[in-house]
Design a protein around this ligand. Structure first.
Ligand code: GLN
Length: 491
């Protein structure tokens, strides 16, 4: 079976229009038919990243799409990743590795170089795969960013590929979004748009028909599919944090919504668990009582630590411990639990030292090299396996590390060679506080159960997040079949 497009790009009329899921759905549909398909996103801006098989880092959305295509994540799937560490600056990741920290203006200049990296990855994928489904970023109508663009039409023009425009009807204004977006494009760009997808439709389709007819007459382009609003999907959100949880359990878990929170998908398994009520506590919100407090990862540990202090978290954490509660710190959150965070080279902002929460006997130093690896191992506090990945610059040392959280194997690909387990993370002497550099610790069902039991919820029903994700990918793929058929009929 073949697909009539070697490269097809999905662009959105807005952020969050559904590009990531649409690319995942097409990848799954084509993979099911035996087409050698690969996802691609030239440039991604997100603090939620995944570690790849080749030891680099890419946006989480591409890792999900890779899963949909039945492939391990690879750095070529997302050659440029921007991880904002402040409102004007970002860490620029090229081919999976940190290239530089840049402000928006410098990055704009750098885009010409970035385009070369993008095209290199694209060429490599073209040589290996029969179909490349490309995801744009934000919207192509951002004309202020059009000059040197590598993320939307700039890329489509460079590789000369057709574009499908997706718009979210649930947020309203869908016809204006589509007509307005086309209006902001140049003639050649507009000519690349082969049709539209209306996403997240609920209601009576017969009431929509008049609007679709108008749109087709007005633009001369077809509406290729109207995709339904799907409830209860368990998919990795690329960047936006979805705080709504469908079912609320009795075991209360709270997480401070740090301004630079990273890898918030760490919490997806807990959010999906029927016995757990997980809440993100945002700026200014009162801190409620909980069974477990988790400090998440952060792209700016010292900045977010200052935020925690301003928001009254140190008192809340101490009160929580007095009542016998448990605390878990992940990566940046683990670093915050120590006595100090030292950034002598100004890696995450202004150079300096910030006093930590002092709950674990350790200190952290930010270092220029980034640790990136996928790991597998065992829990130190229970007979259970764990999987995870590390993405951090900091190195921690101190007495607390002598009581580890996990025993890990060095890196997944070296397991066969090395059987020596390495102690990872730390636990307090009274075992009420656990810190780890590992992200994704709740994804392995055995680790999830063991961590919940450690936290005070014994015998939690098993939950397999990866299986839920697979099922969600299948559901979106099934719902997207009409689009695949429409695309084939166009040719
Ligand atoms: N992923 C994280 O939480 C990173 C923590 C911290 N910013 C570091 O780089 O070490």
């Amino acid at each position: 079976m073949t697909f009539p497009y070697k490269t097809l790009m999905i662009q959105g009329t807005t952020s969050d229009a559904g590009k990531t899921t649409l690319v995942a759905a097409l990848c799954r549909l084509l993979a099911r038919r035996g087409v050698k398909v690969v996802p691609f996103k030239p440039q991604n801006m997100a603090l939620n990243s995944a570690v790849t098989v080749d030891g680099g880092e890419i946006g989480r959305g591409q890792a999900l799409q890779a899963m949909a295509a039945g492939l391990p994540p690879h750095t070529d799937m997302n050659p440029i990743l921007l991880k904002p560490s402040s409102d004007i600056g970002a860490q620029v990741i090229v081919h999976g590795h940190v290239r530089a920290d840049m402000n928006a203006r410098d990055y704009h200049q750098y885009k010409t170089t970035a385009m070369t990296a993008v095209l290199e990855s694209y060429q490599r994928l073209s040589a290996q795969y029969d179909a490349i489904i490309v995801e744009g970023a934000g919207s192509p109508a951002e004309i202020n960013l059009r000059d040197r663009d590598i993320a939307n039409m700039g890329f489509a023009e460079a590789v000369d590929c057709p574009v499908v425009l997706i718009a979210d009807i649930d947020r309203g204004g869908v016809f204006a979004h589509i007509v307005g977006t086309l209006d902001c494009l140049s003639d050649t760009e507009r000519a690349r748009v082969i049709g539209f997808v209306i996403n997240r439709f609920r209601g009576d389709i017969s009431l929509l028909q008049g609007g679709l007819d108008w749109l087709e007459a007005r633009t001369g382009k077809p509406v290729l599919a109207v995709l339904p609003y799907l409830h209860g999907l368990s998919l990795d959100a690329e960047d936006a944090i979805q705080s709504a949880q469908a079912t609320k359990g009795k075991f209360k878990v709270i997480v401070p919504l740090l301004p630079r929170i990273s890898n918030h998908t760490d919490f997806d398994a807990l959010r999906a668990h029927p016995a757990v009520d997980l809440q993100f506590i945002a700026f200014g919100q009162p801190i409620p009582a909980a069974d477990l407090i988790i400090l998440p990862g952060s792209k700016n540990t010292r900045g977010d630590l200052a935020w925690l202090k301003e928001q009254g978290w140190p008192d809340a954490l101490n009160r929580h411990l007095r009542y016998g509660g448990k605390i878990i710190g992940i990566c940046g959150g683990f670093q915050m639990l120590g006595k100090s965070v030292i950034d002598a080279h100004g890696i995450e902002g202004v150079a300096g030292v910030t006093e930590g929460l002092g709950l674990l006997d350790l200190d952290t130093q930010m270092a220029p090299d980034k640790h990136l690896k996928q790991v597998t191992g065992r829990c130190a506090f229970a007979d259970a396996s764990v999987d995870g990945y590390e993405i951090h610059m900091g190195i921690s040392y101190g007495a607390a590390l002598s009581k580890p959280a996990f025993f890990i194997q060095q890196a997944i690909e070296t397991i066969a060679l090395e059987s020596n387990a390495i102690a990872e993370g730390a636990r307090s002497a009274d075992d009420h506080i656990l810190g780890t550099y590992l992200h994704g610790i709740f994804d392995n069902p055995a680790a999830l159960r063991a961590l919940l039991a450690w936290s005070g919820l014994a015998n939690a029903v098993p939950l397999d997040l990866m299986a839920l994700r697979e099922a969600s990918i299948d559901r979106i793929a099934d719902a997207t079949l009409p689009l695949l058929q429409a695309l084939e009929n166009l040719r």
